[in-house]
Write a protein that binds this ligand. Structure first.
Ligand code: DGY
Length: 314
């Protein structure tokens, strides 16, 4: 285990494996990850660990499976693992609702200024109620574009419908009619963007989606649009987003994920129109327990000689 895990997940691992745990305050760099894996048959890792090609090539021969405690697996060079005959698994499904809840929180929080409002109260800068300021942006009835209409994107759409939002989406493939539920499909991202008062990023980070939100794509959004990101930071070009937040092209943004997190671009901290969260998408005890059990289910299946349910190395 590269990181401390929820107590009930560690108890399950301790009961069934010769488990090597990691204390809460420990973290592993590349050399540490390799050393920690000494004599291990499997590794349970998280998005905080970078399993690059270099790391995977130096893992002990004994390692046969890497189970990540996450749905995203951009921190693992899956092709390198496959070349070494190492199985990789992830934890889909179980964090869909928690992550979609955070996307909705970001939509509401960014639009209504929850972060600056909270700060005003806390810092005793709230002097009186006034009709004209501070003001946010209305959410109900607005158009929401969803980039990536997988499980999480669809769960965001379900929540947004309760706010009477009109749903647009861009995805590699069009959803079946019953899953689409009235949402407007755009086969080309650029064609969807002019219809987005809000844009929610819910796609995986891949070579195709990295920097998909950049100066050119932002310019296609309506003036005053709001972007929220619960997927991965590198889907956004930070220079372009920060410039658009400064110029007023975008009214606000809500970000739960960042390129290079936790070392985020420091300019975000200076902006008054961005709602920042520390990658809380799946951060509920229920969800983290479920993610842990799903990762251990995959390990159990693998060591029983079965095909793990969430195998990524087909
Ligand atoms: C994941 O599982 O990929 C999430 O980003 C963790 O919250």
């Amino acid at each position: 285990m590269s990181q401390k895990l929820p107590a009930e997940v560690e108890a399950r691992l301790a009961a069934h494996y010769q488990a090597i745990f990691t204390p809460e305050d420990a973290s592993h760099d590349a050399a540490g990850l390799i050393a920690h894996a000494a004599n291990c048959d499997g590794m349970l890792v998280t998005p905080a660990d970078r399993l690059t090609q270099g790391v995977i090539e130096q893992l002990p021969e004994t390692v046969r499976i890497i189970a990540t405690f996450s749905v995203g697996y951009d921190h693992i060079d899956v092709a390198a693992a496959k070349r070494r005959g190492i199985t990789v698994t992830n934890t889909p499904d179980v964090l869909t609702d928690a992550t979609a809840d955070i996307a909705m929180l970001l939509i509401l929080g960014a639009a209504r200024g929850a972060f600056w409002g909270e700060r005003m109260v806390r810092e005793q800068r709230w002097s009186r109620w006034a009709p004209t300021k501070p003001l946010g942006t209305h959410v109900t009835g607005k158009r929401l574009g969803i980039l990536g209409m997988g499980r999480i994107g669809q769960a965001v759409a379900r929540r947004a419908r309760a706010f009477d939002m009109e749903i647009h989406y861009h995805n590699r493939t069009r959803l079946a009619y019953e899953l689409e539920n009235g949402a407007h499909f755009h086969s080309v991202l650029d064609h969807m963007l002019p219809h987005c008062d809000f844009l929610s990023i819910n796609c995986a980070s891949t070579p195709e989606t990295r920097n998909a939100i950049n100066a050119q794509t932002i310019s296609l959004l309506p003036d005053g649009a709001i972007i929220v990101n619960t997927a991965r930071g590198d889907i956004i070009d930070d220079d372009a987003l920060i410039a658009a937040l400064k110029s007023g092209k975008l009214a606000a943004a809500g970000l739960d994920v960042f390129r290079g997190e936790p070392n985020i671009d420091p300019r975000y901290r200076e902006l008054g129109n961005v709602f920042l969260l520390p990658h809380l998408g799946s951060a509920t005890l229920e969800t983290r327990n479920a993610m842990g059990h799903r990762a251990v289910d995959n390990l159990d299946q693998f060591f029983r000689g079965e095909r793990p349910r969430d195998i990524l190395t087909n």
